[in-house]
Design a protein around this ligand. Structure first.
Ligand code: HEC
Length: 184
């Protein structure tokens, strides 16, 4: 009896592991929605350190909203650190196969897959991850220096624009469509 139950437990364990391995990440938003919902607000928190020293005291936001109520909860360096974590994790999100919004003039181009399999895309994603890590370390050091702040935010901005220059907008005339690999 005891032997049998050990056997069943082993079976359950194996079955459980197999199920865990099957679980695929579920994507929901198109690429533009992920950019607006996660990358945009969090990178703005990081860019703010060009004008706001995270050591400065934070004023509570007036009003009855939930945002106001919690406005002094994660502030200063911790807010920068949290935004950096969001950016580092967002690198994983933009590596997953998902569609682009592609609001180009040609409706046939709407909803192209994001070119996540391409080597250059992976390189830009790695750049974003590295910039997020620079921001994280900067925030963890808790030592404000204007020049360092500019270097750090510059690296984040550069990580965004390196990819945007190719896959979001190009400055060519006519502009090349979004999410479309450059023609060699
Ligand atoms: C690996 C490539 C890549 C990286 C890195 C990247 N983006 Fe994007 N981003 C895109 C593409 C492609 C689009 C167009 C998406 C679409 O049309 O669905 C876009 C669109 C956007 C949009 C516009 C969404 C709209 O309303 O049309 C914003 C805002 C944005 N990105 C912010 C950022 C910020 C901020 C960063 C850096 C922290 C960043 N992105 C990093 C590829 C990237």
């Amino acid at each position: 009896m005891r032997r049998l139950s050990v056997f069943f437990m082993a079976v359950l364990l194996v079955a459980g592991t197999a199920r865990a391995q099957e679980a695929e990440p579920q994507v929901f938003g198109d690429l533009a929605e992920v950019m607006r919902g996660i990358l945009f607000p969090n990178s703005n928190i990081i860019f703010d350190v060009q004008t706001i020293n995270p050591d400065d005291p934070v004023e509570a936001v007036e009003g009855d909203s939930t945002t106001a109520r919690f406005s002094t909860m994660y502030t200063g360096w911790e807010a920068v650190e949290n935004a950096a974590v969001a950016l580092i994790e967002s690198a994983n999100l933009i590596e997953l196969p998902r569609l682009c919004e592609n609001l180009e003039d040609d409706p046939a181009r709407n909803g192209l897959p994001a070119p996540v399999e391409r080597d250059d895309w992976k390189q830009y994603v790695a750049g974003l991850r590295a910039a997020g890590q620079t921001a994280y370390e900067w925030a963890q050091a808790r030592e404000y220096d204007d020049f360092d702040a500019i270097l750090m935010t510059g690296e984040v901005a550069e990580a965004c624009s390196a990819c945007h220059g190719v896959y979001r907008d190009t400055y060519n005339e006519p502009p090349t469509p979004r999410c479309t690999p450059p023609t060699e």
